[in-house]
Design a binder for this molecule. Structure first.
Ligand code: NDP
Ligand code: OXD
Length: 318
């Protein structure tokens, strides 16, 4: 059985933990970190494991046997949609899912429990209790209820929040209602006090969350103006509209992990809002040990002439 070479192209990430994890888990396979170990990939059959790698890595004479995203998102691999014969895999893993559940639960509770206001009071040494509504009086709407969104929805539901999801296709296998497609978006928004986006970046989602979406959200007696959490992709949001919605108090607060341009430019007005919490795209980091294990299992499948698991259909964009 021919062993495949493994080419790791971690783009802007520190290559060392990836080199270490692949060398530890790849058995007898040849592991090369691109471009550090040389630009040329050679003629031996290989797979590419990529995170936002420069497109040059895909422009070699011999095509890879498969390409794996080092994360859950595959928007950075979209140019491969032109080569549907190359299988593309992504990461679906309980470790990554639980990290996202932690982040989204934290963000919703941060907004719901008005922590920003208490931080401000503390900085002035002020004892200033606010009305603290029950979770059951707040409705959380999650755009994108795939692997990550569904897990977050279940966690929030277990805390007592009213939860609903919105997806591309109708779902009947969830313990929370799922609205589907553009037709059901207004109904979904009209019942949502805290909007969470876990949407991928695709041609259909780009700029989807705009002022019309923010204006359609529900005010609640419990929370006041609606709030927004984005841990999916920045491209799904019109950042200009988000800034206007915060300025106009259409939104009462936001927790943001992803942005149109990353790193978020230092002159972005988003840094200045006292009711916005910004994190630098860390909601659900890929742990090299975990991710590499999943990729090596898929490489073994390829070598055995089987299809890969967690294969994505780039023609639908996610
Ligand atoms: P999935 O592919 O499992 O789920 C995607 C969800 O989005 C599905 O419910 C899908 O609908 C829905 N969706 C896609 N396109 C549309 C559309 N046009 N209209 C309505 N709904 C749509 O992805 P994951 O849950 O694993 O991950 C989601 C995203 O989270 C990733 O693509 C990535 O961008 C982001 N992410 C961010 C991280 C971070 O650290 N901030 C870490 C990891 C991921 P349907 O169910 O009908 O297919
Ligand atoms: C991912 C991410 O897609 O970290 O995994 O954004």
């Amino acid at each position: 059985m021919t062993k495949l070479d493994i080419v790791v192209a971690p783009g802007p990430w520190d290559p060392q933990p990836w080199r270490d994890a692949f060398q530890k888990q790849a058995g007898q396979r040849n592991v090369r970190v691109w471009p550090h170990d040389g630009e040329r990939l050679g003629d031996a059959p290989y797979v590419i494991c990529s995170w936002k790698a420069e497109p040059r890595v895909f422009e070699q004479a011999v095509e890879p046997s498969a390409v794996f995203s080092l994360g859950a998102g595959v928007d950075h691999l979209q140019p491969l949609a032109d080569k549907p014969h190359i299988p593309v895999g992504r990461i679906v893993d309980p470790d990554l899912t639980m990290r996202m559940v932690e982040y989204v639960s934290f963000a919703v509770l941060y907004l719901h429990r008005k922590i920003r206001a208490y931080e401000a009071s503390q900085s002035q040494r002020r004892w200033a209790p606010l009305v603290q509504p029950a979770a059951s009086s707040v409705s959380v709407g999650i755009m994108g209820v795939g692997v990550l969104g569904s897990a977050c929805a279940r966690a929030l539901q277990s805390m007592g929040f009213q939860v609903a999801g919105w997806a591309r296709s109708k779902r009947t296998d969830t313990p929370f209602p799922v609205y589907a497609g553009p037709e059901e978006l207004p109904q979904f928004l009209a019942r949502t006090n805290i909007l969470v986006s876990l949407l991928p970046s695709t041609p259909a989602t780009r700029g989807l969350i705009d002022m019309s979406v923010f204006r359609a959200l529900a005010h609640s007696d419990a929370l006041g103006a609606p709030c927004f959490v984005n841990a999916g992709r920045g491209e799904a949001v019109s950042e200009q509209d988000l800034i206007e919605a915060l300025n106009a108090e259409v939104l009462g607060g936001a927790v943001l992990d992803v942005f149109e341009h990353e790193p978020l430019p230092s002159d972005s007005p988003l840094w200045d809002f006292s009711n916005v919490l910004i994190t630098p795209h860390v909601a659900a980091d890929s742990d090299p040990e975990v991710v590499v294990g999943q990729i090596v299992r898929n490489v073994e499948r390829l070598e055995a002439g089987r299809g890969i698991e967690q294969q994505v259909d780039l023609s639908r964009g996610y």
